[in-house]
Design a protein. Sequence first.
Length: 131
Amino acid sequence: MKTIHGTYRTTHWQEHEYSPSPQGPRLLVAERDATIEGGIQGKGVLRYSIVQLTNGSSRFTGHQRITGRLGDREGSFVVEESGTSNGAGASGTWTIVADSAPGDLAGLKGEGTWTWEKGSHEVSYTLSYEL
């Protein structure tokens, strides 16, 4: 397995609450676009399903299509994300979805993590993969 590191920056964020509750958790859908740098050079498009708990923390899952360059190869692949957030930041995991990478990235497998600290404009990621 090869391990890469980098950062990404959100360029677009939109969320919509689809099940309001005056006393319980909020349910939201969010869409995000990002510019990715480091071991991956490209862009990411993501859709999250979010549970915002009454204590201010959140849990979320989603899928992100990453398009760009991975090492010396170009193409796209999909990662499944899950994570949590609180007042201090957020963290999560990536798992590359099997058979989601065509062309030069066919057969791509791997997983990674990411972290964001409140006040930062960038998210740090690590991805371990094999082709």
